[in-house]
Design a protein around this ligand. Structure first.
Ligand SMILES: Cc1cc2nc3c(=O)[nH]c(=O)nc-3n(C[C@H](O)[C@H](O)[C@H](O)COP(=O)(O)OP(=O)(O)OC[C@H]3O[C@@H](n4cnc5c(N)ncnc54)[C@H](O)[C@@H]3O)c2cc1C
Length: 289
């Protein structure tokens, strides 16, 4: 059973930094609490000091700054779902947010919590990886920016120093001829198999040559990851039915290799192919809007 001895409720980033300094390695940030509370109850963490960041308005924003979209770590999935910035070409991000749990979980759960919890099944992470997002970290020393991909250090681990927190994520606004697609297969889709989610970012030129492609998967490794072998097959090539077929086969082979030894692989193969195909087709459709 958990035993919380002290709670901080900072209302600003400055007070958060002070609370973090005062509590040192003992302090544990709690945002929406949808992961932390479960872990406290299960005994998976045994912190005695909680720092509740849910009242810090400075961490709750969605804004566009010089062609970049910035999302504060304290932004909930419902806020992403409701924001008109995530319609059209970039809708894959909204689709990722909409796949998280139930409406109650989406009202409380934050993008910062999803990232910092570092679960391989974090739904917002594959679309962010496909967008080549960066994380902006804050400590008393100032800001530190790094690729989201490099922030993950294995299951449940991120590159955060003591006294440092995730302030916001940032990525380039997507442009004409670019599109982001997302698809998820999992318990919410009433299929009792391990869930998998895939995000695809694509840029096409007028001759349908793939100028850029980024593919990211969730639930298949210690953290979500990019599928560079499959990206290589598509990049620089004309998007024909044959090329898509080749990419689908390569995708299936890569995943198969990773799932080796797990039960039900043959069934999963077809499902995985379908998830990739759907995310890819959505990205293409949006790039051609
Ligand atoms: C019933 C249920 C269903 C769920 N379904 C899904 C699902 O379908 N898909 C999915 O992806 N997730 C799901 N989750 C998991 C969870 O809701 C998400 O991971 C959510 O985004 C966590 O956000 P939070 O704000 O609640 O994080 P919290 O629980 O408050 O924190 C999570 C972790 O992040 C750290 N943290 C939070 N904010 C910061 C910050 N700004 N800087 C540094 N560290 C920080 C905390 O210290 C903690 O380690 C589910 C959870 C439940 C209980």
């Amino acid at each position: 059973m958990y035993n919380i001895e002290k709670t901080y409720n900072p209302k600003s980033i400055n007070s958060l930094l002070e609370a973090m300094e005062e509590s040192g390695t003992e302090g544990k940030i709690i945002a929406g609490g949808t992961d932390v509370v479960v872990k406290l109850i299960d005994g998976a963490i045994n912190t005695k000091v909680l720092i509740d960041v849910s009242a810090i308005k400075e961490m709750q924003f969605i804004r566009e700054v010089e062609g970049k979209i910035q999302i504060g770590a304290g932004t909930t999935f419902s806020e992403i779902e409701d924001h008109n910035l995530f319609e059209g070409r970039i809708k894959g991000l909204k689709e990722g947010a909409m796949e998280v749990g139930s409406p109650q979980i989406r009202n409380a759960g934050t993008i910062g919590g999803n990232i910092c919890n570092a679960s391989p099944a974090a739904d917002i992470v594959p679309p962010l990886l496909a967008l080549n997002a960066k994380v902006v970290l804050q400590s008393k020393e100032g800001l530190r920016k790094m690729n989201l991909e490099d922030f993950f250090m294995g299951k449940g681990k991120v590159d955060l120093a003591v006294g440092e927190f995730l302030y916001y994520v940032e990525f380039e606004q997507i442009n004409h001829a670019q599109g982001l697609g997302f698809e998820k297969l999992g318990p919410r889709k009433a299929l009792a198999i391990s869930k998998i989610c895939t995000a695809v970012f694509i840029e096409l030129d007028q001759d349908l040559i793939v100028q850029d492609i980024r593919i990211a998967n969730g639930s298949l490794g210690p953290n979500s990851l990019r599928e560079r072998e499959v990206e290589k097959i598509l990049k620089g090539e004309k998007l024909t039915a044959e090329l898509k077929e080749k990419a689908q086969r390569a995708f299936k082979d890569v995943i198969n290799h990773r799932l080796k030894g797990r039960s039900g692989v043959a069934f999963k193969e077809e499902a995985i192919r379908g998830v990739f195909n759907s995310a890819l087709e959505k990205s293409i459709k949006r790039a051609l809007i």
